[in-house]
Design a protein around this ligand. Structure first.
Ligand SMILES: [Zn+2]
Length: 467
């Protein structure tokens, strides 16, 4: 498309539901967005396509070249994927004067509505304005994105050019928009600014209280300081262990803040802020917290989620074991095996080829950590930590994918040893691992059996390397 979004200036007002008796009655979002666009194409453009969340409606649009007269908009609900999944409001703004090649203008859009997530198609996306907090992430398109209703446009929601976001909140609330820090804007509002950002605008706001525990800050909902203490204890433990295993991680000490989200909303690690949901079950809660802490060491964002999720889940299992002993580790690994039994197809999807599909989670979050656990039984934990240290220090870990990891392992484990590395990588990363071994009971037995498959007599390995 010839049009390019250059800058956002958002002015957002968050209003909880006036129906106090119904705690989850949706509140509303009202916004004005000044969107600076330019025409990078060779022809004049007179129609500007935009996407918004399906329940946000544009009330008025103006063009700064003629601010007195509103410009016409057409709005329709369109599916992004397939016939009915993930619907969006597709907005078409008809400029009175076409935008010439090389020219720019600012559209002012006044819009609002009640976001209520995408529970029917993305069950973890509950984003809404509740009675004492609000969560609005790029997933729900709470800010307009330039383009027509396609998956490609949707992904642009995460690529934010220069932006400022001014937020008006109810009395007693505070806002977070990582990684920007709030400054006091005019008229007492919170102001956040971004100079180009590739992880989208995540707005969290609410009547949060602050608990400071050692280096950790926990923002929690009122009356939940006990919860905050549990989070801080688990996080402190994970920070200490991970630093000992993988080396210190500068960001992890400087910048650890947790923000409470109610159970079921999904946790998320963002620079400077971990949005954390915590299960009622203490063991599951511990696992959820240490998982997000592990992401300080695994910042990769590869499409098949090996470099971030598989490694983080492997570390999560080890942390459960370090804290709760063998029983906790067995329970964690048994949960993974159960999840794989429910998605047996994932076992035959190569780790290196998993992409966006319903199998992605099973492959990256269940099969991936089990692959590392099998490797651990084959070469020893110290050797796996050494591999991970070298991997996490390399640029490929942040920018690469599972294939880069395969190359890294092949190179690092090229010396003769009692382990058939190439067969292991072929079966677990490039082809089909052996389900009957990976899913046997008890988990420890299954992993050892799986690892034995790759055991070589020392001389056989030396022969294999020579040949
Ligand atoms: Zn994760």
């Amino acid at each position: 498309m010839a049009l390019v979004a250059r800058r956002y200036d958002l002015d957002v007002r968050i209003s909880p539901s006036p129906i106090a008796a119904v705690p989850d009655a949706p509140g509303s979002l009202d916004a004005t967005c000044d969107l600076l666009i330019s025409n990078a194409g060779a022809r004049p453009v007179s129609t500007v396509p935009l996407l918004l969340y399906r329940l946000l409606h544009v009330e008025r649009a103006t063009d700064t070249r003629d601010p007195g007269a509103p410009v016409a908009t057409r709005q329709s609900i369109r599916p992004l994927y397939g016939q009915s999944a993930l619907q969006v409001n597709s907005v078409s703004v008809r400029l009175r004067t076409p935008l010439d090649p090389g020219a720019e203008t600012t559209l002012r859009l006044t819009y609002g509505g009640s976001p209520v997530g995408y529970r029917e198609v993305m069950p973890y996306v509950h984003d809404s304005v509740q009675s004492n907090f609000a969560v609005l992430r790029p997933e729900v398109l709470w800010y307009p994105v330039l383009g027509s209703a396609t998956p490609k446009t949707y992904r642009q929601a995460w690529s934010v050019p220069e932006a400022s976001v001014k937020i008006q909140l109810p009395e007693g609330w505070r806002a977070f928009l990582p990684p920007a820090r709030a400054r006091s804007g005019p008229d007492g509002t919170d102001l956040f600014t971004f100079a180009g950002w590739t992880q989208g605008l995540h707005l969290f706001a609410g009547a949060f209280e602050t608990s400071q525990m050692h280096v950790l800050t926990v923002y929690h909902l009122p009356g939940r300081s006990g919860w905050a203490f549990g989070v801080a204890s688990a996080a402190e433990f994970a920070l200490g262990e991970l630093a000992a295993w993988l080396g210190p991680q500068a960001m992890a000490r400087r910048d650890v803040a947790f923000l409470e989200l109610p159970a079921g909303w999904g946790s998320q690690h963002l620079p400077g802020l971990i949005a954390q949901t915590v299960a009622d079950d203490p063991a599951a809660a511990f696992a959820e917290v240490v998982h997000e802490v592990a992401h300080f060491w695994t910042p990769g964002r590869d499409p098949n989620r090996f470099c971030d999720e598989a490694i983080a889940h492997y570390l999560e299992d080890l942390l459960c074991s370090a804290k709760g002993g063998t029983g906790a580790w067995q329970a964690a690994v048994a949960r993974r095996m159960q999840a794989l039994r429910e998605h047996p197809h994932a076992l035959s999807v190569p780790l290196a080829l998993a992409t966006e599909s319903e199998e992605l989670d099973a492959v990256s979050r269940q099969k991936g950590p089990l692959a590392l656990a099998v490797l651990e039984r084959g070469i020893g934990r110290a050797a796996v930590f050494e591999l991970l240290r070298a991997w996490l220090a390399s640029p490929a870990s942040a920018e690469g994918d599972a294939m880069d990891f395969v190359q890294h392992v092949s190179k690092e484990l090229s010396q003769p040893r009692n382990f058939d590395t190439s067969r292991f990588l072929r079966e677990w990363f490039l082809g089909q691992c052996t389900p009957e071994l990976a899913l046997a009971e008890p988990p420890e037995f299954a992993l050892t059996q799986a690892a034995n498959r790759y055991a070589l007599a020392p001389s056989a390995e030396a022969d294999r390397v020579r040949s």
